[in-house]
Ligand binder design. Structure first.
Ligand code: 8OZ
Length: 368
């Protein structure tokens, strides 16, 4: 460790929305599939996992379904029932007791689901009946995803209300903020992109129409929480979950410009293709990033040097680390002193018990 690195902006406080955070390292939302599949209720084990990581400047908790219909993976948590709110309260209390801040990521998967995961075994829903070339993670293993049912325009206000209720529930559960998951080919992203949105009504066609659902959701979430407690996550340059878009810069530029008017806590951008490689800081990323005037959280395979550089040169206000937080609960301290990082075991990423979840030691614990 050198004095100059310790003084790097990455390790200095930052104001995000209404909060002053102690450093610019966020824990990215990570699906770990460790809640009861039937109830989606978080447990004391989930609380311990997040509390272990509370030195992050901000924890963005894993993607959480806003409704039973919003579910697309086995064992993921929800934020639509009273029991789920009580379960999440265990998590937020444990993080706050350690001095941390925690945000909940609000999720509707749209077509990235399977009848096994849907209420009444129904087909998943989407803007249009375009089948994803993907498999779904169910309790019986991976299964082919069928073509979804196209949503009737009359159903959209109900889904917006689900986001509103989820926001209210998240605040009741003690979350400091919420993040709207508009990335990675899930419902909101399916509306935005011309490959998955073939609608001919007010929600399809022009970019303005394709973005209508996003902004209706955002208006509802902001009305509940206040813009200074709301973030949004986008992945304009990613084909994750078979997301198809003929003109990402043309589609996402007006969206990002319009986001400027909201005064959100932050824009969280997955830079390039989800889970890497990083696309570099020029080209389309530079163009899109340059449009945003508020707080910017950058994500995607950042290492220590990139994170220090990006928060020093004005590219980003925070860096979200995902996989490094799995095996390094004390990631902030390890980055600060430039200690080696532990490697996570991929076999325990999704599903299972505390093994590969709450049993990764801190540096201090391994030394002791
Ligand atoms: C990996 C596995 C399951 C879900 C995303 C919520 O891609 C996810 C996710 C990632 O945003």
């Amino acid at each position: 460790m050198t004095d100059s690195q310790d003084a790097a902006p990455l390790f200095q406080p930052v104001t995000i929305g209404r909060y002053s955070l102690p450093n610019r390292i966020a824990m990215a939302p990570l699906t770990r599939s460790r809640t009861d599949n039937a109830t989606g209720v978080p447990t004391a084990m989930n609380a311990e996992y997040y509390a272990q990581r509370a030195t992050a400047g901000l924890i963005v908790a894993e993607a959480t379904q806003i409704s039973p219909q919003g579910k697309g993976y086995a064992y993921t948590p929800g934020i639509h029932s009273a029991e789920q709110v009580a379960g999440w309260k265990l998590v937020t209390d444990a993080v706050h007791a350690k001095g941390g801040h925690i945000c909940l990521q609000l999720w509707h998967v749209g077509r990235i689901s399977h009848p096994d995961l849907q209420p009444g075994g129904a087909l998943p829903v989407a803007p249009s009946a375009v089948k994803p070339e993907m498999k779904a993670f169910t309790v019986d293993g991976f299964k082919d995803i069928p073509a979804p049912r196209a949503l009737d325009v009359s159903e959209l206000p109900g889904i917006v209300e689900d986001y509103r209720r989820a926001t209210r529930n998240a605040l009741a559960a003690g979350f400091d903020m919420v993040e709207v998951h508009a990335a990675n080919g899930y419902l909101i992203d399916q509306f935005l992109r011309d490959g998955t949105n073939k609608r001919t009504d007010a929600y399809g066609g022009s970019v303005e129409n394709r973005a209508r659902f996003l902004f209706e959701v955002l208006d509802a979430v902001v009305a509940e929480a206040g813009a200074d407690r709301v973030g949004i996550r986008l992945s304009p340059l990613s084909p994750a979950n078979d997301a198809q878009e003929s003109d990402p810069v043309g589609t996402f530029s007006p969206v990002i410009r319009r986001l400027n008017g909201y005064g959100l806590a932050y824009l969280h951008m997955i830079e390039g293709v989800t889970r890497g490689p990083h696309p570099g800081f020029g080209g389309d990323l530079a163009e899109l990033r340059g449009l945003y005037t508020g707080r910017y959280m950058a994500n995607n395979v950042y290492d220590r040097a990139m994170a220090i550089e990006a928060t020093a040169n004005g590219h980003a206000d925070m860096i979200a680390f995902g996989r490094p937080f799995i095996a390094n609960p004390d990631l902030v301290e390890r980055l600060r002193i430039d200690a080696p990082l532990a490697e996570p075991d991929q076999k325990t990423f999704y599903g299972g018990d505390r093994h590969g979840y709450t049993d990764y030691p801190t540096l201090k614990q391994s030394a002791g």
